[in-house]
Design a binder for this molecule. Structure first.
Ligand SMILES: Cc1ncc(COP(=O)(O)O)c(C=O)c1O
Length: 396
């Protein structure tokens, strides 16, 4: 967690920065995505019970319990826990009967696109809102055509998509709106409104709530739910007859034990994330050209990511150089997300993936940097990271 540098904040000089030959500020690495383990003893207790029961997989009592507990957070009628969000996205799409093209942002983790192409769907990338980083309904409207099978919004960094806008376009096209909420557990709209046909969450180790690996499909539709349950369990129906093709996307009991132990502490965890976010806000307020990206109004937020936008014309340095300077101090920030999916080898060669202008995507992929946060990051860590960023802008 904390390394060298002491508890007292000092204004660093250029010679203090490791990048220019000084000593790294953190003796130990501090990085984006260090897993939270808020309740190790509780996890061990639950997993020990599962071992004694000899019920380790196949929709055991811990998975059922975890599904009940998540329902209080997703506010959806039906939740199905799964092995990860990538396969959960595939199961959700199959359950919604999607074929053809899926309109999504390029500015997302590549799993969003890969999950689609792996099951024979064609990702079509549209542009984003420059402030929230989420799919722009106006851009989506330009890409809709007779091959469109679904709109797939991504609640990026926990920022909820423009649900009303996307719902309008999806309804107009007669296709379902599905949400990749991998980064958005704990993020809910404050007012009623459209929420999409299905929503997919991730409980990967780096997420605010983790199950080592895990995912979840949430829906209010009983029909979609019934198909999801069957599809994620080899196509078995409730009578355990094979009703059709299916996959194995089941969550296991050990993952559910971690999920239960962590969700029981989720309020404290979210409080810690919020406090860290506020501390970064304060620490970076006067750093020119480095702007902490704010979430949209009208929702609860998990603050799972602390993302800054670096404007090189004002900060005097590019995001990549700032990332290198931080790296030399053993602070491992991440370019979330660069490049956009449309510039990655599987998708960049074929124009079918990029029918519209992606200029807001282009700007953000060049500018954003995610900074360390989570239960492994202390307030003192945040202060020192902010000091390094301030010094980097001063001297970089
Ligand atoms: C936006 C987004 N979609 C999908 C995924 C895939 O989630 P998983 O690792 O649970 O398969 C991630 C994981 O980081 C993600 O951030």
């Amino acid at each position: 967690m904390t390394g060298g540098g002491g508890a007292v904040r000092t204004k660093r000089t250029r010679d203090d920065l490791a990048y220019f030959g000084g000593t790294p500020g953190f003796a130990e690495d501090i990085r984006v995505g260090t897993p939270n383990v808020p309740a190790k003893d509780r996890y061990l207790e639950l997993v020990s019970e599962a071992i004694d029961r000899r019920w380790l997989s196949n929709l055991g009592p811990l998975v059922r319990r975890f599904e009940e507990l998540t329902a209080r957070r997703t506010l959806r009628r039906h939740n199905t826990a799964m092995n990860n969000a990538t396969t959960a996205l595939q199961v959700a799409m199959k359950a919604c009967g999607v074929t053809g093209e899926v309109i999504m942002p390029s500015f997302t983790f590549v799993a969003t696109a890969h999950a689609m192409s792996w099951i024979g769907l064609t990702p079509v990338f549209c542009d984003i809102d420059p402030v929230t980083g989420t799919l722009d309904p106006r851009s989506v409207a330009k890409a809709v055509n007779s091959r469109t099978g679904a709109v797939l919004g991504v609640h990026l960094w926990g920022n909820l998509c423009d649900l009303a806008g996307l719902d309008d376009v999806a309804r107009g096209a007669g296709v379902p709106l599905v949400l990749d909420a991998a980064q958005a557990f704990g993020c809910r709209p404050l007012r009623p409104g459209p929420t999409g046909t299905a929503e997919v969450f991730s409980f990967h180790a780096t997420k605010v709530l983790n199950c080592f690996e895990g995912g979840l499909v949430a829906t209010d539709s009983a029909e979609v739910h019934a198909r999801v349950r069957s599809l994620h369990n080899f196509g078995f129906d409730e009578a355990m007859e094979v009703a059709g093709p299916g996959t194995n996307a089941k969550m296991n009991e050990s993952s559910a034990a971690m999920g239960i132990a962590s969700i029981e502490r989720l309020d404290e965890t979210l409080k810690a994330y919020r406090a860290i976010h506020l501390r970064y806000e304060e620490g970076l307020r006067d750093v020119p050209g480095v702007t902490l990206m704010a979430g949209p109004e009208g929702q609860t937020h998990n603050h799972q990511y602390v993302v800054v936008q670096v404007d090189p014309a004002v900060a005097g340095l590019h995001r990549d150089r700032l990332c290198d300077i931080l790296g030399a101090e053993n602070i491992h920030a991440k370019r979330y997300f660069a490049p956009g999916c449309h510039r990655m080898p599987p998708y960049r060669a074929d124009t079918v993936h990029t029918p519209v202008d992606l200029s807001a995507t282009g700007t953000l992929t060049e500018r954003v940097l995610a900074l360390p946060t989570g239960l492994a990051v202390s307030p003192g860590d945040v202060d020192r990271i902010c000091d390094v960023i301030a010094a980097a802008v001063r001297y970089g």
